[in-house]
Design a protein around this ligand. Structure first.
Ligand code: PSU
Ligand code: MN
Length: 307
């Protein structure tokens, strides 16, 4: 095993079997995406939801340069509370490993690690994408997108936040061969909203149908993964005009403050959540829990193989 990677220490020798029933979970949402103590409560709750479904959670993060799939409770607590935990995307991986730093993994680095650990399904909130390019903000495309195109894994999310250019994000995924699946929907969800007004490529109504799509993708020898999008539970959806107003202000503030590079996404997310308050936090928690449940059902359908 590569010595930079630690896999599920608690599961010891059963890793190959266990990895097949694993759902990977990211840590950027813990260290950078949610306030304390909701971040810690959420991280532990999504693990519990995965277990209740009969699957095995593997939260992924980086501790003193060691990339770890299957963080234990105290390690999750550390990432939820410590200062100086870096947001680590693909470009940052060699730096945190070489310098033995602590890092929270984004969708890109969680998917990358999960695949190398033998994990096939990963649940998150929202993926990064193509940012809204303006006169003031430069072109900015998340490493989540090329990683999805290069990594054979199922990423379960609630779409992408409307801070991004959603049509351009879907075009990018089309160009690079990533099918976008709507889970019990025909519409691409926009995180806080169930419908962005854009269509998905294919609808799947059951976990078994998602498993079939993934098996076909593997049988064809295609390099990339599947993006499975699950709308936020209806009772938590936020009004889209309220979101647009907050996003407009956040983009304006980012341009005014000269925010760019890896700081842009966290800046916009923080600003939007400040402007939309407790309702957006509740929606965020609800969709993360929902996505973990769907991801666990998909991993079981894959293991089942009888769809
Ligand atoms: N979108 C969200 N919440 C998040 C993120 C995105 O609604 O927490 C995080 C994820 O970890 C995602 C990352 O992988 O931001 C994308 O950052 P960037 O655009 O810098 O690649
Ligand atoms: Mn970027």
């Amino acid at each position: 095993m590569d010595n930079w990677l630690t896999i599920l220490p608690a599961l010891g020798a059963h890793i190959a079997g266990a990895a097949r029933l694993c759902v990977a979970l990211e840590s950027t949402v813990i260290s950078h995406g949610l306030p304390y103590p909701q971040n810690l409560e959420l991280a532990l709750r999504v693990e519990e939801i995965v277990r209740e479904q009969g699957a095995v959670p593997a939260t992924i993060g980086i501790l003193a340069g060691q990339i770890t799939a299957g963080l234990d409770r105290s390690q999750i607590e550390y990432l939820a509370t410590a200062r100086g935990v870096l947001k680590v995307s693909i470009r940052d991986l060699p730096v945190v490993v070489a310098r033995k730093l602590d890092g929270a993994t984004t969708v890109a680095t969680t998917a990358w690690t999960a695949h190398r650990a033998g994990i096939q399904v990963f649940a998150t909130g929202g993926i990064g994408g193509v940012h809204r390019a303006g006169v003031l903000l430069p072109v900015d495309i998340s490493a989540d997108l090329p990683t999805l195109a290069q990594t054979p894994i199922i990423v379960v999310c609630a779409g992408a936040k409307a801070i991004l250019d959603l049509p351009a994000t879907l075009e990018w995924l089309e160009t690079h061969g990533v099918p976008v699946v709507g889970y019990q929907t025909d519409h691409f969800p926009a995180f806080y909203n169930r419908d962005s007004g854009l269509a998905v490529d294919v609808r799947a109504d059951t976990a078994a149908q998602v498993a079939d799509l993934f098996r076909a993708q593997r049988a064809l020898g295609l390099p990339g993964g599947l993006l499975v999008t699950v709308p936020v539970p209806v009772e938590y959806e936020l009004p889209s005009d309220q979101m647009e107003e907050a996003i407009g202000r956040a983009l304006h503030d980012a341009a005014g403050a000269g925010i760019k590079g890896k700081a842009l996404t966290p800046f916009l997310l923080t600003r939007v959540s400040e402007l939309t308050g407790a309702a957006s936090l509740r929606a965020n928690l609800a969709l993360l829990e929902n996505n973990a449940r769907v991801a666990a059902q998909i991993v079981l359908a894959l293991a089942d193989g009888t769809s």
